[in-house]
Design a protein around this ligand. Sequence first.
Ligand SMILES: [Fe+2]
Length: 464
Amino acid sequence: MYQRTKLQAKTALIGLSLLLPFCVNRIEAHDGPHQDSPQLKWPEHLYKPTPIPDRICTSLPQDPTTGFSVTWRTDVSATEGLAEIALAEGGPDFTSKAKQINGRTQAFKSNLGKALYHQVDFTDLKPATRYLYRVGSGTHWSEWIQFQTASSKPEPFVFVYFGDAQNQIKSHWSRVVRQAFADASRAAFFLHAGDLVNSGASDAEWGEWYYSNGFIPRSIPVVAAPGNHEMVNVKVKTDEKDETDDDKTKTVRQVTPHWFATFAFPENGPKGLKETCYYIDYQGARIVVLNSNQETNLQAEWLEEVLSQPGPKWKIVSCHHPIYSSAAGRDNKPLRELWQPIFDRHQVDLVLQGHDHTYSRTNPIKFRPGSLTELNVPTGQQTQDEGGTIYAVSVSGPKMYDLQPQTFMANWATKTQLYQVLKVDGDVLTYRAMTATGDLHDEFTIKKRDGQPNELVYSKIREK
Ligand SMILES: [Fe+2]
């Protein structure tokens, strides 16, 4: 029996190795050792793929009313990736009505070994409808998972925003994402403003990220902006000769291949930045994600175009590097000069950021030339420009920087892990910054007014 099983397995492996070059894309991440990578014993065993689907993650398309995507990982024994989907119902008989959909499979080589990543795009679904889906193939399937499509009307919804998780993800970040889920379990999506991990090419760190999230991303989609720690050295094919490589490849700094394998973000961004710069229209809000690591000029043109199009009334942007930095010596003046006038011109309501490992939030403010220390913004309650944008920087993981107090800060925190719960309800947007223990730290409410700038209804000011 053992011999037969072994022979079957060997035959399957030979078959797979012959088949794979024709049916999958090969992706390989290269990155050097990182001091902050988890010092795990046998990480290749802790986070190795199996025939059972894991790292199951949902993503939203540009129009989330009629579809969503799911990605997952298996070991190389799974020759295909399938999904099944049915309308959700209270009883168990929905399985007989489930429709099967073929996925796309790609071979993936991480620093811990080989895996397969699979993706299925569900399309032609009904708006505001609950579905049940599962992924897998053969005898190895996930559980049935409930997922609700967005409404085609601007109905109220909640989402959660996180600053950098990045370090000690399993030991210190997991409690934050779980508290956020306890607080906002019906969230439309969880938005991560970059640096989800510390070493973008470390499979063990992505393993920790998925461990911490547990089942949450299976039914609450992930929306994410890439941080600088998601940037890795990647070898790409080229005709140009590079001094350090052979004449067929060159090394470039790009968003980690893990990003593209593990998420299925909309491909509506500029060429070369797809899935790292994109937008999603969700029930009355346009969520624009920018990649502040690369090609910021190209994105300025794209942003101008996306914000000029007719669309939802709320305009919310997320990027990793802060327009208004909260930590000492980290001013991103060129980025502010490039992007903030566009935010002003199109009356972006809110910009959600990370990178500075502190918490800071402004009232609505408009562009002023100069470095942060030269801005001459009036302090406290008066720090407010009619028609300006509110900028938030937050941190969800345990790595902390010192805060540099600035006049533009309406509220701030140091050495505190946070998550933010935002509710969009018609003309009103409420924002709550919560500590890792679920206590309210900061809050504001803004209201849309026809033909007039937003009204700042309430802002919890922290006195200096
Ligand atoms: Fe960071």
